[in-house]
Design a protein around this ligand. Structure first.
Ligand SMILES: [Zn+2]
Length: 420
């Protein structure tokens, strides 16, 4: 059930999630989908498992224990991610944020590990911490049980836990769920932790990072398909609605494996290419004094360019596009000037011409289909879109294939490395 994995909102996007605060200098964010996960767990526990284990408990006791256990699970997920984050930091890799979401959590790291050893340590830190938590919860939970009850625990938990209190019950459930988290994450399919270990091993023995990613990524896709198949079997063959969860999880994993693979291959293919080598330099601009009606009719609707650099006395000072123009109704447009709908360059997300193209990938992912203005020492020189990167890799197949094989995918699959 509660399986921790990485984020649904692609790339470096943080919109939609809520900032909780900072821990060890790392921003902790909560995606709204966590509420769904939290509610599902509380309901499953309070109306299912705890009723089965403790039919004599009052409703209040069942619900409060379920709330406590689900909160402690969120805490467990967070410490799992913190373990990845702190391990990464010990290798001087920056970790800007951790996000908790529907399938668990994700630690977003600034770059990939530089050696197979470091990759292996960072990947193993999370499951090892979950394993430690499982042992700790089991020790606390078992301390109140008699020898006879302990023996019954695996074969008949309802009987073993019949006379135990909320703390014992919650701890033993948390022990089992943390153990499951550790084991699930160790499945050798990228981008699960186990997949990263697999990648580190192939990398170590082949010396080829991209080959290692391809092997681990393919394994991740197989794991995803297997999960989906078993979900369908549970759902249709066994009539168990819980199978739907496996279908979603499997789909999510295989999608992620593919996206991560594309991303790593693309990053590698881009190598040391600069933004200025890939940006679009053919574009038109509009004068700040043009009225919005003319801007819409004679500029925006007359070509494919969606974002227009705005000139003030020959210097480009901002950007104007459809969003700004649609602030005014068709009747009002002729009374307003482009300068009123322009967004100044200073407040617009931009990228430096001399930055590495691979460093611009998160920004491009966040921008979606919109072009990102490129600045050279503060002066506007061109646009870069996710599409330009894909086009570049398509036009330089020798670079890409020589290094990595064919690249396929969409701009939306561009993202930063994360540890689930
Ligand atoms: Zn993990």
């Amino acid at each position: 059930m509660a399986v921790e994995q990485r984020v649904g909102s692609a790339g470096g996007k943080t919109w939609g999630s809520v900032r909780l605060g900072h821990l060890f200098g790392i921003e902790i964010r909560l995606d709204p989908s966590v509420l769904l996960m939290f509610a599902l767990i509380v309901i499953t526990l309070a109306q299912g498992l705890f009723v089965e284990w403790h039919p004599d408990w009052s409703k209040t006791r069942q619900w409060t224990t379920a709330l406590f256990a689900a909160s402690a699970l969120l805490g467990s997920l967070l410490t799992h991610e913190l373990a990845h984050a702190l391990a990464a930091r010990s290798f001087r890799i920056r970790v800007p944020r951790i996000t908790l979401f529907l399938f668990g959590g994700a630690a977003e790291i600034e770059s990939d590990a530089e050696t197979p050893g470091a990759e292996c340590v960072i990947a193993l830190a999370g499951p090892l911490l979950s394993l430690t938590l499982a042992i700790a919860f089991a020790v606390i939970g078992q301390s109140e049980l008699s020898e006879a009850q302990r023996k019954l625990l695996l074969s008949d938990p309802a009987q073993a836990l019949a006379s135990s209190g909320p703390l014992t019950t919650a701890c033993l459930w948390l022990a089992s769920i943390n153990l499951m988290l550790a084991l699930f994450n160790l499945i050798p399919g990228f981008p699960l932790d186990g997949g990263r270990v697999l990648r580190a091993l192939v990398w170590r023995f082949s010396g080829n990072f991209v080959l290692a990613t391809r092997v681990a990524g393919a394994a991740g896709q197989y794991v995803g398909w297997l999960l989906m198949l078993s979900g369908v079997w549970l759902l249709l063959g066994q009539g168990r609605p819980g199978g739907l969860w496996y279908v979603f999880l499997g789909w999510f994993l295989s999608h992620l494996a593919r996206a991560s693979l594309t991303d790593v291959v693309m990053r590698h293919a881009l190598g040391r290419q600069k933004v200025r080598d890939l940006m679009q330099t053919r574009f038109d601009s509009v004068d700040a004094g043009v009225d919005v009606h003319e801007f819409v009719e004679q500029y925006l609707l007359r070509g494919p360019q969606t974002l227009w650099p705005v000139r003030e006395q020959g210097i480009i000072t901002g950007m104007a596009g459809l969003a700004g123009a649609s602030r005014f109704s068709p009747d009002e447009r002729w009374r307003h000037r482009v300068i009123e709908i322009m967004e100044p360059l200073a407040t617009f997300p931009t990228v430096a011409a001399d930055a590495r193209a691979s460093e611009a990938l998160p920004l491009l992912a966040a921008a979606g289909d919109s072009p990102v203005p490129v600045l050279d020492q503060g002066v506007f020189v061109g646009f870069l879109r996710g599409r330009d990167i894909l086009r570049w890799t398509a036009m330089h197949p020798q670079t890409v294939e020589g290094e990595a094989g064919m690249v396929s995918g969409s701009a939306g699959s561009i993202r930063k490395p994360r540890y689930p």
